[in-house]
Structures are given as structure tokens and as C-alpha cells.
Design a protein around this ligand. Structure first.
Ligand SMILES: Cc1ncc(COP(=O)(O)O)c(C=O)c1O
Length: 456
């Protein structure tokens, strides 16, 4: 019933999204490693780690044991009444993996909460340091930062934001660095700079004294399909933020904790955020967990002024933190970040090879195991496939029938275009990648046949 209601709500926004959401799914029976079984015994490959969540795979016995132990001790203690050991240890371990100074950890239960916490801390920092005029947070278009109204105001994805526009104060947007679509005489690095300079333009348009922060996903998530900018973009973004005294918030809800082959995706460019939001792979689906991690330079004046005016009942939940701690340990002992990088290259090469067989595969992108491919009707112009083919939904459905779960969205601001995220858990092996690719190949072939597309 719940999923049917969610389906209906989305239908009002975009009939294309409705296609996916309204479909009733089988009941899950059990899950282990990269596989999930339904009640009929059918097996599925979790080729998107759920929604890029189950990074260490399902049913990890050491994580389950750590959770069981914690459950026997205490499953809940309100943070204003007690501190708890798993939260304290996890905070120390996370801080130890981040750049020096980025060591104030605020636990939450999901990505939207992590983003909300980040923007509220940024604002409170401005208020207590005499910068009350700063409140605007510039974000990118397309982007996704969460479902709550605050996070949605930062989100650049029309089908999700439009119905709620009157209820929220939409924040200024700059274009996401979709260099792969540009047809000009610039090289990649020049294009990167050009997109970064859009931030300067927007700050000046808004009035520098009114701008509080810039938020971005270092590697795009579902809204762009694993968009990676040229190196020049990241360096220049940091410079521009510093020039105008603007905070840089990185939304690493999807990219964080190893998925891109680094603990934070920001490490690929040595990019230092002032605040970072994390969730998804943090407790990897074993418990709802997220965190905002902020530079102590921001937190100190807020605490001096009386404390952070913000909080959630489940913040710092001992069971969720025990799960997070065990997941972190597993990532370390199994070398999963290195595996994400290595298997990421293997999978990316295999996805690239689809281009040879299918002229309608227009782009393959991403880092580590955050990978996506986009379909087009013309590679030269990157014109999307006709909307009414609903490729983003149809191919996901064909794969689901074949026992492969992948994740898709409309590419161009949610309005047209089709991309598919292939993001298996970080424990994936080369052999399992072959299994994924065999199914994907069959599905693209079937889709090409039914849509009347050229198969090369
Ligand atoms: C980049 C990014 N930020 C924030 C969120 C919101 O996270 P949640 O759905 O856990 O609230 C998501 C979820 O997909 C995301 O991908």
C-alpha cells in the first residue's frame, strides 16, 4: 500500500517516474554478499547496491555480530542524557580519516538530515560571527541533496522540486559541469574552469555578502549519473570560495566512505571542504546512519555562543553507530576502498566496450564503483533518445526480470535523457562483473530490438 501511494504521488510530477515507482516488487527473502533472493527463490544481483548503499555487501557476519552485541547492551540512549562508546569511537575514527581540523562529527540518520545539518551549522556559524547577511547557499543544476524541504531547496531536479516550489525558498543554482555535452573549441581543463567561473558569476549576481556557502556532490549521483568534472574545476571552486569567504560544503552522501576508490571522493583532487555530509555507505544499509563533519574552526564559535540549535531524536544512536563502526572496520580489513578502485577500472572498461556494440550508448562516466552510462540517439550531438521510449525505466525493468538490479534516472535535469548507474557493492569480484555485464548486454540488445534502434 505504501509503495502504491508513493507511486501515485510521483505520477503527479512526471509520468516517467511513475513507471518505476508504481510497480509492485516481490517480498525480499534474504540477502548475502552482492545477491538478494525474493520469496519465490529468484536471485537478483544487487548491481546498484540498493541506492548506492550496501557497499560492503549484505549479511556480513562480523557487522551482524557487532550489532547483536550492542543490542544486548543498549539500543537507544538519548544524546542529551548519555554519551555512548560506539558514537565516540566512530567519531574519532572518521575524523582520523579526514583532513586535519575536519574533526567535529554530528551523527544523523540519513543523507537529507546530514545536508540539513550542514546548512544549518553554516548559517549558525555566520550568525554568531557577525555575518548575519549571509544565508544563500548556491548549488548546482542538476543535483540531488535530499527530500526534506531545506535539502530540496538546494536540489536541482525539476520533477522532484517543482510541486514544492511555493513551500520553500529555492536557492541559487549554477550549471553542473556537464562538459561531455559541450561542443566547443575548449579543451577539458578549460571547460572545467569555465564551469567553475559560473560560481563566481552567481556570487557576484547574488551579492557576495549574501552568500553563505556552495554545496556540491564531488562526483554526481543519480541526478547527473556519476558526473565527474575536469581536475581544473575542483581547484578553482575552492579558490573562488576562499576569495569570497564562502564555505564549501561537500555532499558526499553517495560518494563518501570509499565508493569512488577514496575514503572521500574529494581526495581525488585534494579538495578540502569546510563541511562534509555523509550517509549511505556509512553503515552500508545495516542501520540508518549519516553524519555531518565540520571544521572545528566553524564549530568552536557556535559552541561558545551556546551550542548548535539543531538536533534529531535518533542522532548518535548507539546501534547505528555500532553498525557504522563495524562497517568501517570491514572496509579496512578487507581493503575494500582499494577494491572499489580496482574493480571500478574493470567495470568501467567493460561499460566502455558497450559503446562498440551499441551506437546509442553515448557516454560512460564515473569514478571507482560509482559508474554510469548514458543513452543517446546521436553520439555526435548527444541528442537524447526519444522521451517516449522511456529507456531509463524500460531497461531497468528488463534487467530486473533477468535478476539484475540497476538504478536509472532521466539525465537532463530530470526532463529527458536516460542514464543508468551500475554501482555494485565494493566487495564485487571480476567474475561477478562479468555476470553483471552479460545480463546488461542481453537487456540492451532486447531494448534495441523492441525500440528499433541500431545495434551496430
Ligand atoms: C548526494 C545525495 N545527497 C543527499 C541524499 C539524501 O539522502 P537520504 O535519501 O538518505 O535522505 C542523497 C540520496 O540519494 C544523495 O544521493
Amino acid at each position: 500500500m505504501v509503495s502504491a501511494v508513493q507511486g501515485a504521488a510521483k505520477a503527479a510530477v512526471d509520468s516517467n517516474l511513475f513507471y518505476q515507482s508504481a510497480v509492485r516488487r516481490p517480498l525480499i527473502d534474504r540477502a548475502e554478499g552482492i545477491y538478494i533472493w525474493d520469496r519465490s527463490g529468484k536471485r537478483y544481483i544487487d548491481g546498484s547496491s540498493g541506492a548506492m548503499v550496501t557497499n560492503i555487501g549484505h549479511g556480513n557476519p562480523r557487522v551482524l555480530e557487532a550489532m547483536r552485541k550492542q543490542m544486548e547492551q543498549a539500543t537507544f540512549a538519548y544524546r542529551l542524557h548519555f554519551e555512548n562508546e560506539p558514537a565516540e569511537t566512530l567519531a574519532r575514527q572518521v575524523a582520523a580519516r579526514l583532513p586535519q581540523g575536519l574533526d567535529r562529527v554530528f551523527f544523523v540518520s540519513g543523507g537529507s538530515e546530514a545536508v540539513e545539518s550542514s546548512v544549518k551549522l553554516a548559517r549558525q556559524y555566520a550568525v554568531v560571527t557577525g555575518q548575519q547577511s549571509r544565508w544563500k547557499i548556491i548549488s548546482r543544476y542538476p543535483s540531488y541533496h535530499g527530500a526534506t524541504l531545506g535539502a530540496l531547496a538546494l536540489t536541482g531536479y525539476a520533477p522532484m522540486t517543482k510541486p514544492f516550489a511555493p513551500m520553500m525558498r529555492e536557492m541559487p543554482k549554477v550549471p553542473a559541469p556537464t562538459c561531455y555535452l559541450d561542443r566547443d573549441n575548449f579543451d577539458e581543463q578549460e571547460r572545467g574552469l569555465r564551469y567553475a567561473e559560473c560560481l563566481r558569476g552567481e556570487i557576484e549576481r547574488q551579492g557576495p555578502d549574501s552568500v553563505l556557502a556552495f554545496i556540491m556532490e564531488p562526483v554526481g549521483g543519480a541526478s547527473t549519473g556519476a558526473l565527474v568534472a575536469p581536475d581544473s574545476y575542483y581547484t578553482r571552486i575552492r579558490e573562488i570560495c576562499d576569495e569570497f569567504g564562502i564555505l564549501l560544503i561537500l555532499d558526499e552522501v553517495m560518494t563518501g566512505i570509499g565508493r569512488t576508490g577514496r575514503f572521500l571522493a574529494a581526495e581525488h583532487w585534494n579538495l578540502r571542504p569546510d563541511i562534509v555530509a555523509m550517509s549511505k555507505g556509512f553503515a552500508a544499509g545495516y542501520a540508518p546512519l549519516g553524519a555531518m563533519v565540520a571544521d572545528s574552526r566553524l564549530v568552536a564559535p557556535v559552541l561558545e555562543a551556546g551550542g548548535f540549535v539543531h538536533g534529531f531524536t535518533y542522532a548518535g544512536n548507539p546501534l547505528a553507530c555500532a553498525a557504522g563502526l563495524a562497517v568501517l572496520e570491514e572496509i579496512g580489513t578487507q581493503g575494500l576502498i582499494a577494491n572499489a578502485e580496482k574493480m571500478g577500472w574493470v567495470l568501467k572498461a567493460r561499460l566502455e566496450s558497450l559503446k562498440e556494440r551499441y551506437p546509442f550508448v553515448g557516454d560512460v562516466r564515473g569514478l571507482g564503483l560509482l559508474l554510469a552510462f548514458e543513452l543517446v540517439s546521436d553520439r555526435g550531438t548527444m541528442t537524447p533518445l526519444p522521451k517516449d521510449l522511456h529507456a531509463h525505466a524500460r531497461i531497468v525493468e528488463l534487467a530486473y526480470q533477468e535478476g539484475l538490479i540497476i538504478y536509472s534516472r532521466r539525465t537532463r535535469s530530470g526532463i529527458e535523457g536516460d542514464h543508468f548507474m551500475v554501482c555494485p557493492p565494493m566487495i564485487v569480484t571480476e567474475q561477478q562483473i562479468e555476470e553483471i555485464m552479460e545480463i546488461l548486454d542481453r537487456c540492451l540488445s532486447a531494448f534495441a530490438a523492441e525500440a528499433g534502434l541500431d545495434r551496430g
